[in-house]
Ligand binder design. Sequence first.
Ligand code: NAD
Ligand code: ZN
Length: 344
Amino acid sequence: MKALQYRTIGSRPEVVEIPIPEVGPGQVLLKVTAAGVCHSDEFVMSLPEEAYTFGLPLTLGHEGAGIVHELGAGVTQFKVGDSVAVYGPWGCGRCHNCAAGKENYCSNAATEGIAPPGLGAPGAMAEYMLIDDPRHLVPLGALDPVKNVSLTDAGLTPYHAIKKSLPKLGAGTTAVVIGTGGLGHVGIQILRALSGATIIALDVNDEKLALARKVGAHHAILSDADAVATIKELTGGLGANAVFDFVGIQPTVNIAGAAVAAEGDVTIVGIGGGSLPVGFGVIAYDAAVRAPYWGSRSELIEVLDMARRGQIEVEVETFSLADAPTAYERLHAGTISGRAVILP
Ligand code: NAD
Ligand code: ZN
């Protein structure tokens, strides 16, 4: 089968021919219908050799959807032909967090070498994909896999981040979304659907700001030196009750810290390496700072239900597997609107 692999540190990913995986007991083989292109892949492929821990060659793709093609011995929960989405942050399945569905915070994954598909295990950018356990599959039903595959990360991650701040986002409040790309443009829609907040979106150019307005931001402003003053002006001097930073570089983290209101939340989702000093008089009184990772299994079910109800819709640009390296180049150049999706 064809697969997109990262094979050499510092090189672009390549389309190669590899064997179709064999299905062991308790496993499921999917014929992949769609695979999303995440900025985290870009981060992984930017790491120098000494910091790279994902194994080589690495079949990319941690946002996956497929049709059940073959069931391993003992798997009875799915039928051949079922359309499914892949829950990506695989855990051990037995620790306290996994028992609560929070496999994203599995306490054994690191020590037992359990890695998500596309981030250690072979990912979704291939014709076939092996799933270690049927609990990592969620039925898509009538949902279009191409339009919805990215909800497995670009939907689930902002949903998990936003859900904890919802008690602070009632009527009359303000939420700031920094970075309105794959995750951010879904985050805006989740905030529109679930909160009473006025949404201020920040990004670096007019095309990105136009998408932010299209998906529901009340205000869309450039992420520059004036952004904090504009947020303060729009909130009567109070600042934002929650700031979600989907970039996470030092300049955006600085904006997030300066824009938060007293008792507000700063949630740093982007893995740009920025950090925020927290201390008395350094940040707004009683502000909370979080850096969450991905989301839980039940939250993926909730996100897909939001899509079924028409509350969220991913803006998608599709590429063939042969063109997947181009999708990564376009992501790097900042010219993807919404999410790039590969059709293997
Ligand atoms: P993306 O490239 O689709 O979107 C990033 C957006 O940020 C783009 O629209 C870009 O124009 C904008 N941007 C860049 N610099 C900016 C600045 N200075 N101010 C405002 N906006 C700016 O990326 P994505 O796939 O949505 O991922 C977003 C971030 O989240 C990445 O760092 C990614 O690695 C990370 N991520 C984290 C998790 C997690 O669990 N914490 C999960 C998935 C992705
Ligand atoms: Zn676990």
